[in-house]
Design a protein around this ligand. Structure first.
Ligand code: FO1
Length: 328
């Protein structure tokens, strides 16, 4: 391809951010002069979003933004590098928010700015567009939808709580029966999402949580149809390496929806595009090489490649392999 390919990435938080950094790196490494912002669109999960202490939090949107800006706390996996917690202590003293949930001072600046603009009547898409101008992100970020569709967890014991409480307070230890996003049936993809998918030369599915990160994106009405109709190939990256989740508690989410924690089972969960599913190709780790035949049997092209994104160079190499699998 002689022109810069147009790439759409579907992404959640930590795995999504590292992968998007890699895609930006791979596009930049190809040596075009063009700013990658015009060709790289990231559709970000907003199912993790919540209202807390009067502000709107968008954890996955912020993780991707901060990572592309180079201001993320990469050790912790969320929030800003070198953040402090003065305001958080004050909020705790007032009994505001959740005692187990930290709102960093710099991070709160983001939430306050966002909430102010939402209160002024801007849509989440317009807010994110405005926020993207602060740094040279090299990507256009779009929320999956402008509707508020926060993820709720219904427990085996009949209880029901916000995903963030289940994840951060209980560390996914309460047995989940179901995850759902109230109102998602009436949501529509954010402006620009469907056009970006239709115009894409490659659609990449980041190695994010298949249930609570990629799941909500695919659940927005119209999204699956757009992906099925895309002229680009859809290439996914397994979030499972050596039969284990890389980080977080995605295995608990997978078990809850009856999917085994394996590269082949997640591929089967997404399904082959030829059979009405999502994927044309699936990148699996060398540790999971034995799963390649099973993936091929699903009608999905397996590609065995190193998946550990331990640094920028590895993320870029992985993204380059994914772009190659998409034929660009
Ligand atoms: N994760 C935690 O484990 N503890 C926290 O106190 C916490 C605060 C927090 C604040 C803002 C933000 O954007 C994310 C935050 N996260 C925190 C991460 C987040 O809860 C989850 O890891 C993701 O939503 C799951 O992808």
């Amino acid at each position: 391809m002689s022109e810069m390919p147009r790439v759409v990435v579907l992404a959640g938080g930590v795995g999504g951010s590292k992968f998007v950094l890699g895609v930006r790196g791979a596009l930049r490494a190809r040596g075009w002069d063009e700013d990658t912002t015009s060709v790289l669109t990231v559709v970000v999960n907003t199912g993790d979003d919540l209202w807390l202490s009067g502000v709107r939090l968008q954890p996955d949107v912020d993780s991707v933004t901060y990572a592309l800006a180079g201001v993320n706390d990469s050790g912790r996996g969320w929030g800003r590098q070198g953040d402090t917690e003065r305001v958080n202590h004050e909020l705790q003293a007032w009994g505001s928010g959740w005692p187990w949930f930290t709102l960093g001072d710099l991070d709160l600046g983001t939430h306050l700015a966002r909430t102010g603009w939402l209160r002024d009547g801007l849509t989440p898409t317009a807010v994110l567009e405005r926020m993207s101008h602060r740094w040279d992100l090299g990507a256009r970020l779009l929320p999956m939808t402008d509707s508020e569709v926060d993820t709720m967890v219904e427990l085996e014991d009949g209880g029901r709580l916000h995903f963030q409480e289940w994840w951060t307070r209980h560390r996914a230890t309460l047995a989940p029966a179901r995850f759902h996003n109230p109102g998602i049936d009436r949501a529509t993809p954010a402006p620009g999402v469907l056009d970006a998918i239709a115009a894409a030369d490659a659609v990449l599915v980041a190695p994010s949580n298949p249930v609570v990160s990629i799941g909500p994106i695919l659940a927005v009405p119209g999204m699956r149809e757009a992906l099925a109709a895309a002229s680009a190939r859809v290439v996914g990256v397994s979030p499972i390496i050596g039969g284990k989740v890389v980080r977080g508690m995605a295995d608990v989410c997978l078990t809850a929806i009856g999917v085994e924690t394996s590269a082949a089972a997640v591929a089967a969960h997404y399904g082959s595009r030829d059979a009405g599913g999502l994927l044309d190709a699936w990148l699996i780790a060398q540790e999971d090489e034995a799963a390649a035949a099973e993936v091929a049997g699903l009608g999905i092209r397996p590609l065995v490649t190193p998946l550990w994104m331990t640094d920028a160079a590895h993320s870029t190499a992985l993204a380059e392999t994914a772009l190659g699998a998409a034929g660009v």
